[in-house]
Ligand binder design. Sequence first.
Ligand code: CA
Length: 732
Amino acid sequence: MPRFNARMSLWAVLLICFALKSFAADRPPNIVFVFSDDHAVQAISAYGSNINQTPNIDRIAKQGAVFVNSFCANSICGPSRACIQTGKHSHLNGFLRNGNRFDSSQTTFPKILQKSGYQTAVIGKWHLDSDPVGYDYWEVLPGQGSYYNPDLIQMDGSRKRYDGYCTDIITDLALDWLKEGRDQDKPFLLMCQHKAPHRNWTPAPRHLDMFKGVTVPEPETLFDDYNGRSALLKENEMSINGHFFWSHDAKFHGDNLFPEHFVGGNQNGEYRRMTDEQKAAWDAHYEPENQAFIKAMQAGELNDKQILQWKYQRYIKDYLACIQAVDEGVGRLLNYLDESKLSENTIVIYSSDQGFYLGEHGWYDKRWMFEESLKMPFLVRWPGVLQPGVTSQALIQNIDYGPTFLDLAGLQIPAEMQGRSIVPVLKNAGQAPSDWRDAIYYAYYENAAVHNVPVHDGVRTDRYKLMYFPRGRQWNLFDLEQDPQEMRSLHDDPQYAPIMTALQKRYRDLRQLYDVNTATIPATRGDEARWQERDRELTRRANNEGASAQLAFIGDSITQGWEGNGKQVWEQFYASRGAINLGIGGDRTEHVIWRLTHGNLGKVKPKVAVLMIGTNNTGHAMQDPSEVAAGVRKILDILDEKLPDTKVVLHGIFPRGATEFDEARLNNIAINDQIRRFHDGQRVFYLDIGATFLAADKTLSKDIMPDLLHLNAAGYQMWAEALEPTLKELGL
Ligand code: CA
């Protein structure tokens, strides 16, 4: 009997254990997502930094995993965040560049978590312009926010100013919410999002002197000359050498004393926000060094190389000191999770919106698809599932975060999300399952903005990287095993020809997989001076003369040519109707999409718009006809929305090339086959007058198009005559 009792009590204990365990297993894990801004993996000791120590961030890796092949989809602040919220690439979530406004009606992972019963909160830097949606609690910085005595937007729209240092305040607010703000009975998602270490790298008072007297090692490529890669690299405006601001970056007071080495203007707004005490600590740190530098410069003691080295030290010490407060904040959060016994069922992730150049290639900032800014830190701790000390080589991306969080919560991942859950990787000791992705797709769209980085996209496998620059149609190829610094493109190296061909196929296939159609993605050519000038002129014209215009022509060089070879015909047919010409040579559908949504329509509200676009999509880029047709469709949709009372004459793209089998002409024919279906007889009137220009044998005469693409005066006369009956029908 005693034996029986003992057995019974053992069973009882086992049953209770089982019940407790299944209760714990039933409750989905909490998620703490600590996110910073511009924190490069080169400045995290768990990634092997040789310039700083991040013991608290490292704790996550020691107790969990560090992902060494973690990448962003679009290396800039707002877009990276939009990719995370939606699990989609930029062209589908619509947040292509900073300054866009996030469409918060989209499907996002926090909305789904919240609906399933999670408590959700985001605190700190948001940078998506529209208010956070899907969060039970939020308190966010306006735009970039401030390091010192920051304002935070409250849920009622008001702003609250906090005294102190932004990174500490965001950590405090996150801890407050964990302790008192949430419903303790529900699983939670906490997104603690720091401003640091974003430019202009402003350390907390306690960290100002932490690198005093230290010389931080320089990266090997600090003096990069940009040879051996796309010529567009040389046009960058983000080098420490050429684009470092006297006050904003270098932290000098007063006028720029050395304009050949520093950029003037752009004062240090942070200093103006400081209290007298904060200013005193600031000046005690910077002023002795600054005065010593000025003295040495005035004495002519420093050569160009030494000046760049001085600027690098100033930059990197400020940047690293900002990270110190982030690391301390991570430590405080981890300590609280331990003390409150939350650690066991809480997944902790540390990441940052993209990487950053810490002097590599002579740069600060991000944007390029080169390694330093393409990489995102990703460290994760998941007690009981992920064993400690894992290094994962799996190729992951920020579009995976949303799907991962939903998967962790046991929720269905919407089919529209393009990323993949990394939970199978976490459950497999960091090993990618056999069907994991072999390559990631990257795209940068913020052309002609600050820092002058061109639009480019590409793919990266575990060893190779292929980049494409639409401007100049250049490919760059890197073998990261042979050339980890990416100093020489191999795109024209015969030895790499098979790899080049294979990666180009992978590039096309991934673009198809992710539904990338550049013909529909708004794009400026604002980095081309002539285009920029013409674009401004058209916006001016549309605002000044647009209101009286009965007729508007929209298109590329063939339309712009009404001001050249077609001038006299225009006078005769259109001048009296107050017609307006909105053509720009070389434009493709994506550029017209940009222009019509960025000022070119001005006050224009014509009775009729004549649209012809697409020949440059075929001539230069040889885009697929159905992709170009989708671009034309998008332009029609924009006109529909902006000019609901305007009738649109949609021209079939004119024939080009000498004979009927010219490849570009065949492409135009294929586009026309598709866009003719947009005719609805109400708003859109399709008109193909191509045959007007062709001989009986379908050859094109140089008497009409001397270069077999653009019309001469006789050609414009034929165009006007062929168009006239339709214009009359439409009431002009
Ligand atoms: Ca950023």
